[in-house]
Design a protein around this ligand. Sequence first.
Ligand code: B12
Length: 493
Amino acid sequence: MANVILVYPVTGLDVRGVTVWLPLSVLTVASTLTGDYEVVIVDQRTDPDWRESISRHLTRDTLCVGISSMTGTQIRYGLKAAEWTRRIAPDLPIVWGGNHPTLLPEQTARHPLVDIVVMGEGEATFRSLVNAFKAGRDWKTTANIAFKKGEGVAVQGSGYDFVDPGAMPELPYELIDVENYVSGNLLFGHKVRSLPFITSSGCPYACTFCCQPVLSNRRWRRMDPDMVVERTFALKERYDLDAIEFHDEEFFVDRLRGARIAERIGGAFDWYAQTRMDDLLEVDLAKLERCGMRSLQLGLESGSNRVLDLVKKQETVEQYRAANTALARTGIQATYNFMMGFPTETEEELKATVRLVLELTASNPNAYVAGFYVFVPYPGSALYDLALANGFRPPESLSGWSQFNRHNIAAPWIEDKTHMEFLMVTSKLIDGRRLRGGLGVPWPAKEVLGLLSRRYRSRWEAHALAMTWDAKLLSMFTRRFLSGESFLSSTRP
Ligand code: B12
């Protein structure tokens, strides 16, 4: 049988049991090929010998190699996979897909290690391409692709032929060793057997820092509760799970649907979801908790209503306070994400966010802070244009984007970057709660981190945000961490 190799590159944030989740992008693309083609998934994050794996599966019957990528570090490792493929099979088509190639198809297709870019949700397009390769037909008529043509690049279609998740087959989990992703996941502060599951695609909101409004054209599509329940219960049985993580962009877009899914789960397993604070004011939190909802990931972004307006968050600080109070009455773990460094944001507005973090974590014992992230102008987001107007110079090539991350960003509109660096690094310890559960942090590290946490909290309270030597050390460690190198000793990049 003809085969296809799909590569999921290292992301640069790959901590086993924390962020090394199922490679859903390539599993989803594979779901429409299995049966007709032999599909091989090579996940660089879990396969230290990924080069050997690609070589082993490359045969005369191989039709192409597909590579998935988000913006940033993942491109760097995707390029390594492409380079290897080109070296051992110079004529084999190398197809790129994922968020980054979708947002910048033309620039991506210009790179010598990219033959074809698949734009948007790749299930149907990639299948058409593979069918054309197999039949020896002209693939250049396929819709939603970009490729080199003469001196330039042809971009065909918009990438907006969206897939209905309710019409999609089950994911072919058998293509990977699921145990690599299921065991020892840290969730709810302790280790559980859990897997992610996505019940909907897209997001109807218009947040201007996010590329999702462009990727999904704000069209939200979903599975119905029956399908969600059937598939998640089957997943639980098959892999003996304690929990499911709903990685939808926004789980409660349709609050009634969310509530129905919860009721049907009925506490049979624990679950986690990503959602918005304003949704929490409209749902029955106590009931959801009884139905197994243990943890929520929420983007609050700012403590200033002007900034929330600027980023079109369609939420207010007052709603945040109210939702936090409602959450405090439950045992639900609420993990808050904040952003700073938006073009035009003032020092006073940043301080308002600092104050909000301190207030919310003080009044809700189950509130955690995931981080205080510097706004990064990702292509496709509406604020990207404001960043350009404020002097941001974006990378001009795929290789340039591969060096892009929030620790390596030129943001000319930020005057005092040391404040931001201090906040970004110390925010990880600000709630003092991260080390509570069975995180396996040994004494005396736990004591030291506890001490640091108290030290940073009092500095935040006094707005003493200048960099300290200990935070500098933590920052150096984080930078190394984010460059992807520290995890990669075993993956032989
Ligand atoms: C899980 C996740 C992660 C995980 C990694 C994924 C994993 N498997 O472990 C982690 C935590 C590591 C992560 C990291 C980051 N993430 Co993230 N993440 C997600 C999340 C929640 C789910 C991704 C997913 O599984 N989607 C489901 C699959 C099916 O969709 P998909 O990936 O888009 O794939 C489809 C198409 O893109 C295409 N496709 C994809 N690959 C391929 C390959 C081929 C060959 C083809 C033909 C097609 C194709 O077809 C697929 C099926 O339709 C999404 C939000 C979301 N719900 O999508 C954000 C999201 C992808 N992340 C995003 C961002 C911004 C990041 C970070 C930059 C942010 C950060 N935290 O620093 C980092 C990047 C790493 C870095 N070093 O900088 C953005 C994407 C931005 C961008 N321009 O790429 C998203 C969309 C969130 C958002 N709204 O901003 N992320």
